[in-house]
Design a protein around this ligand. Structure first.
Ligand code: UDP
Ligand code: MN
Length: 306
C-alpha cells in the first residue's frame, strides 16, 4: 500500500466522521423539521364587556386587558355606555395588542325611571347615598350580540364561546381554559357575590341539581353573569335571545339563559363547580379632594389622562 493511498483512506474516514458529527450535533433542529406539527383547535372566546366613564375606568380596563393578553384566541367586544366613543377607550384599545371590536350605545335612562321600574330596579343604600339601582349593561350587551350574529354569519368558522365579562371583576386564566370545553352552556362558581363567599351551582353525579344562592334564590338561574359561558353558535340558532329591561333586578342572567338551557342540562366546569376561578370584585369609588379646598394651590392636572 503506497503512502498516497493511506492518506486518501484517512481523508475519507475523516470526512465520514465529520458528516456523522454534523448530523449528531444538529439533531434537535433536524427533528423539529420532520416532526409533524400537532394542531389542536381552540375555539375563539368572545368576551363582551360593557364599560362607562368614571375615574377608575382606565385602571379597571388596564387590569382586565392585561389578563386578556394572556388568553389565546380571544376577541374582546367592548361597548361603551356613551353617546359617542370616547378618546380614552379608543386609544386604550388601539394601544393594546388585543383583537377587539369597539362599539357604543348609551343606556336610555328614561327607560328606568317609570313607575313600573319599582319592580325592576332596586332601592339601594350604601355608606354615601341611597339611590335606585337598575341593571347595567343591558343595551350594551344586546348591541354586542347583534354584532356577534352578523360577524358569525359572515365567518367561515361559526364556532366560539360567548362570555359576559364586567370590567371590574377578577378573572383567573384557568376560567378561559374551562369555558373552551363547553358544548352548550357551561357553569362554575363565582367568588364574593350575592352576599356570599361563593355563589355556585350544586353538583350531584356530575349534573347540576340546584344552587346555593341566598340572594333571590327563586331566580330561574341564581348565578352571576361571570359564572357561565355559552356556545356562540347557539346565538345563531336562537336569533331572539337577548337581555331585557322588562325583568326585575338580578334576573338578567336568567333572562338570557332561558333561551338556551335548563338547570339539568348545564355543564358543570371548574372541577364539578368546586373551584373559584372568577371573583365579582368591585372597585371602590375613589374620593378626590376638591382643589378649592386645598390650602396650597397645586399645579393643574386636567390635561393628564388618568
Ligand atoms: N356599566 C355600564 N353603565 C353603567 C354602569 C355599569 O356600562 O351605568 C358596566 C360596567 O362597566 C360593568 C357592567 O356594566 O362592566 C356591570 O356594572 P357594575 O360592575 O357596576 O355592576 P356590579 O358590580 O354592581 O354587578
Ligand atoms: Mn362590577
Amino acid at each position: 500500500m503506497s503512502f498516497v493511498n493511506i492518506k486518501k483512506q484517512y481523508i475519507a474516514i475523516g470526512m465520514l466522521l465529520f458528516v456523522v458529527l454534523f448530523f449528531f450535533n444538529s439533531k434537535p433542529a433536524f427533528q423539529c423539521q420532520i416532526t409533524p406539527e400537532v394542531t389542536t383547535y381552540l375555539p375563539t372566546i368572545y368576551g363582551i364587556t360593557p364599560t362607562y366613564a368614571r375615574l377608575a375606568q382606565k385602571a379597571d380596563l388596564t387590569r382586565l386587558s392585561q389578563t386578556l393578553m394572556l388568553v389565546k384566541n380571544f376577541h374582546w367586544i367592548v361597548i361603551e355606555d356613551s353617546e359617542k366613543k370616547t378618546k380614552l377607550v379608543e386609544n386604550f384599545l388601539k394601544e393594546s395588542t388585543l383583537k377587539y371590536t369597539h362599539l357604543n350605545v348609551k343606556t336610555n335612562s328614561s327607560k328606568h325611571s317609570t313607575v313600573m321600574d319599582i319592580n325592576i330596579c332596586l332601592f339601594k343604600t350604601d355608606t354615601f347615598n341611597t339611590s335606585w339601582y337598575c341593571a347595567s349593561g343591558v343595551e350594551q350587551r344586546n348591541l354586542a350580540l347583534d354584532w356577534l350574529r352578523k360577524h358569525l354569519k359572515q365567518s367561515e368558522d361559526k364556532r366560539g364561546v360567548v362570555y359576559f365579562m364586567d370590567d371590574d371583576n377578577t378573572y383567573s386564566l384557568k376560567v378561559f381554559d374551562e369555558m373552551r370545553k363547553i358544548n352548550k352552556v357551561g357553569v362554575w362558581p363565582v367568588g364574593i357575590v350575592g352576599g356570599m363567599r361563593v355563589e355556585m351551582p350544586l353538583v350531584k353525579d356530575g349534573k347540576v341539581s340546584g344552587y346555593n344562592a341566598v340572594w333571590k334564590p327563586f331566580r330561574p338561574f341564581p348565578i352571576d353573569m361571570a359564572g357561565f359561558a355559552i356556545n356562540a353558535t347557539l346565538f345563531l340558532e336562537h336569533p331572539n335571545a337577548m337581555f331585557s329591561r322588562k325583568v326585575q333586578s338580578g334576573f338578567q342572567e336568567s333572562e338570557i339563559l332561558k333561551y338556551f338551557t335548563k338547570t339539568e342540562d348545564l355543564e358543570p366546569l371548574a372541577e364539578n363547580c368546586t373551584k373559584v376561578l372568577v371573583w365579582h370584585t368591585r372597585t371602590q369609588k375613589p374620593s378626590i379632594i376638591s382643589p378649592s379646598k386645598l390650602k396650597h394651590p397645586i399645579p393643574p392636572d386636567s390635561h393628564i389622562e388618568v
